[in-house]
Ligand binder design. Structure first.
Ligand SMILES: [Zn+2]
Length: 316
């Protein structure tokens, strides 16, 4: 049988990673290149001439004299960790097939549990902002409602169950029905308004959506998109219906992976965990470029307010 090209692609080996990003200097140079690919620009005054203050690892603008760290104003702002530790963490998070818990990350990169958890949340936030910044690119979209957690099992698919976190699951496919992109978004509830908002934000013009006709999915029509309803009946049989095959399969995969890797995920952080799966899935065809692509975006993502990162709960 022919090997699946995506599954068997060459990733970036740990050895290759270390040869490119093993030292602090290599990492600083790489971050500099990714932040200013067309040469340094002072964030304060826009000037392009600078000198390097070696002792303090800063670039000083020749015009306004501002001293700029390559990480200032980015997701890495004010970090006390070596840049090489950051990139190693990013390496493990982006190259893993499923997900790396904070507990595993702590051991892999040699930091405290809380530091590993903070790093994970920051990395996930970058992933979330990146994917949410543009609508799903292709027009065929399979849509379903899904839930995470909760104690009570009432109803086949958990609809209306208490304590569950609802999320919209969308998978786009190409003309041949192969999956291209996934977008899983936590929502407050499955109301028509919530779905209409979701559609306006995440669907591209001309999108053709297939769903199982749950009432709230009228929101897709309300937002002006083409919407086909398939009655699946839910449960394992729904996976067999071609129009919904991929969204059902991928929901099951993500849930399995979340159960297998994480102890508990709080409501506050759940959307970022979903985003992590989406980000990796959407870039699964090009593993070798993930470090530079991720870092490029991270350097354009502003620092996250501390309140969003409170990590009292055991999440990993
Ligand atoms: Zn300046």
């Amino acid at each position: 049988m022919a090997k699946n090209k995506i599954q068997f692609q060459q990733g970036l080996s740990l050895q290759e990673f270390l040869s490119q990003y093993g030292s602090e200097e290599q990492c600083r140079n790489a971050l500099f290149q990714w932040r200013w690919p067309h040469g340094f620009r002072c964030p304060e005054c826009g000037h392009d001439k600078y000198c390097t203050l070696k002792s303090r690892k800063l670039s000083q603008c020749n015009r306004c004299r501002s001293q700029i760290s390559v990480t200032a104003g980015t997701i890495f702002d004010s970090t006390k960790l070596p840049l090489s530790t950051w990139l190693l963490g990013i390496y493990f998070i982006t190259q893993s097939k499923v997900s790396v818990s904070a507990l595993s990350l702590k051991r892999l990169i040699g930091v405290s549990y809380n530091t590993a958890l903070l790093m994970k949340h920051k990395v996930q936030q970058v992933m979330k902002e990146r994917d949410d910044s543009k609508p799903i690119a292709s027009t065929f979209v399979q849509l379903d409602d899904a839930y995470w957690g909760g104690k009570k099992r009432d109803g086949k698919r958990g609809r209306g169950a208490t304590g569950k976190l609802p999320f919209v699951a969308a998978v786009s496919t190409n003309d041949q029905g192969h999956p291209l992109e996934m977008r899983f978004s936590q929502v407050k509830s499955f109301s028509k308004e919530a779905i209409e908002d979701w559609a306006n934000k995440h669907l591209c013009a001309g999108a053709q959506v297939v769903s199982d006709g749950l009432q709230c999915f009228n929101g897709i029509d309300a937002a002006g998109f083409n919407h086909k309803v398939i009655i699946t009946g839910g449960g394992p049989d729904s996976v067999k219906i071609a129009d919904c095959k991929w969204v059902n399969t991928i929901i099951a995969n993500v849930k399995r992976a979340l159960h297998g890797t994480f102890h508990a995920i709080s409501k506050k952080h759940f959307s970022r965990y979903l985003a992590e799966f989406c980000y990796r899935f959407n870039r699964r065809v090009d593993l070798r470029q993930l470090i530079s692509r991720f870092s490029y975006v991270a350097l354009r993502t502003p620092p996250i307010p501390q309140r969003l990162l409170k990590v009292a709960e055991l999440c990993g």
